[in-house]
Design a protein around this ligand. Structure first.
Ligand code: MV4
Length: 446
């Protein structure tokens, strides 16, 4: 096992990783920017080093500084968390070249999955269902027209280097194809420095279903069931749950097997997530693979009784998955995560940084809070607005919903606006209560 791990992140996930390391008996080394000196992760870690000013480009994204901090303080591994450098293959490579362990998949796997059209092509080759469309990237307008005619309208043009919805264009009829192709290409070029695009048939009103996967360096591949992340706003997830109200045990098994296939094709090691679209006929299609631990991992931890961060560390240290004997998992009860952002949901989710003047969290059975907030803490304006995750567990989905209403109404956060009120509103929605929310939920029903 490692002696000391550098945590190249901040906020709730940094604290989450510190906690996992403590339980493993591994020393934690935090890095922090100027405005993060007084954060909980820094206080709770065994050691902390300041790495630069507030802007991420000069702190949490400064690869040279991060590596010298790790080397000078004697760390033997780096955990990147999510966001920042978590899916940066170059950084992962640099870390390994310096003789440090990277707590994540190999740079080759990150690179493969980072190119969405290459990932799609790999899935097509290994028999994982993909949405009908082009084989890999398209070069010419003729090619685009050909594929669009073959699969039929409406179609969706996507950027190869994209993900998270950037560089996408819906095309409803043939007359709009040329303009969409050109504008998707130039947008992708500006955003990613890569104008490659590919085409898929547009899946109408899909659900976003993702499978949590794990693989170790001993050739073991498992999945830990699904998360339903259909409640999103502008490609930002707001609520995630496990299991999905839409999946039968049979569909779970098929999607889980497909996710394992995807992982094997990418020679994937460590924790990852295979994202699928599920259409109105319950057909599923590979969308992309996230090569990191995700924000919403706690709902999976609840229904599988696991600790995914500890597992990531064990795997990176060369140990086999510690709960192989429990696979395949049968989900235990139901878990729902509510992302609490420092945002004013009544003003178009406008960021609301500032000082938290009073803070009270809920407690009681089946409630988990992952948060770096404390009374007197100032939420800086420089980073992501996620300030807490409230996760509830119930024996049934219905109990989880009741518990969610109870727990959210116990939350008291003063000094900043948060999305707590938004979640209480969602919990009154008939569509959400019935488990029928699809990706159009917010625009259509709320
Ligand atoms: C799609 C789609 C419909 N059809 N692909 C959004 C982000 C990017 N990762 C892929 N996305 C989508 N791809 C086809 N062929 C609809 C979306 C999509 C979406 C997917 C999951 C969750 C929320 C979404 C919101 C809008 C669009």
């Amino acid at each position: 096992m490692f002696k000391k791990v550098l945590i190249a992140n901040r906020g709730e996930i940094a604290l989450r990783i510190v906690r996992a390391l403590k339980e493993l008996g591994v020393s934690s080394l935090m890095v922090y920017s100027e405005v993060d000196a007084n954060t909980l992760a820094v206080r709770e870690a065994d050691e902390a080093v300041r790495i630069g000013p507030a802007p991420s480009s000069q702190s949490y994204l400064n690869t040279t500084t991060l590596i010298s901090a790790a080397l000078s303080k004697g760390a033997d591994a780096i955990h990147p968390g999510y966001g920042f450098l978590a899916e940066n293959a170059q950084f992962a490579r640099l870390v390994k070249e310096q003789g440090l362990a990277w707590i994540g998949p190999d740079p080759e796997s990150i690179e493969l999955m980072g190119n969405k059209s290459k990932a799609r092509q790999t899935m097509q080759q290994c028999g994982v269902p993909t949405v009908p469309g082009s084989e890999g990237a398209m070069r010419t307008l003729d090619e685009v027209v050909g594929f669009a005619n073959t699969v039929g309208y409406p179609v969706l043009i996507k950027a190869s280097a994209g993900g998270g919805g950037r560089g996408m264009r819906e095309v409803m009829n043939p007359g709009d194809l040329e303009n969409a192709f050109n504008s998707a290409r130039s947008e992708a070029n500006v955003a990613f420095g890569n104008d490659e695009v590919y085409l898929e048939k547009l899946v109408l009103r899909p659900r976003h279903i993702e499978i949590q996967v794990l693989a170790d360096s001993h050739g073991n591949y498992i999945h830990l069931c699904e998360r339903d992340c259909s409640v999103q706003r502008r490609h930002q997830k707001l609520i995630e749950e496990a299991p999905s109200p839409a999946l039968t045990p049979e569909l779970r098994e098929r999607m889980g097997e497909a996710a394992i296939q995807a992982m094997k094709a990418a020679k994937y090691v460590n924790a990852g997530t295979v994202e699928f679209l599920l259409d109105e006929d319950n057909e599923f299609y590979f969308m992309e693979m996230n090569t990191r631990i995700q924000v919403e991992h706690p709902v999976t931890e609840f229904i599988t009784l696991t600790d995914l961060i500890k597992e990531q560390v064990r795997i990176a240290a060369g140990e086999p998955i510690s709960f192989l004997d429990r696979f395949p998992f049968t989900p235990v009860g139901h878990a729902i995560e509510f992302r609490i952002n420092a945002e004013d949901h009544e003003r178009n989710f406008m960021p609301s940084p500032g000082m938290v003047t009073a803070l009270e969290w809920p407690g009681g059975p089946g409630v988990r809070i992952d948060s770096h907030l404390y009374a007197g803490y100032t939420v800086p304006p420089n980073y992501d607005s996620l300030v807490a995750k409230l996760i509830v567990w119930g024996n049934t989905r219905s109990e989880a919903l009741d518990r969610a209403r109870r727990a959210l109404s116990e939350v008291r956060i003063e000094g900043i606006k948060t999305t707590v009120g938004f979640h209480l509103k969602v919990l009154e929605s008939e569509t959400f209560i019935k488990g029928e929310a699809r990706t159009d939920f917010l625009e259509r029903y709320l």
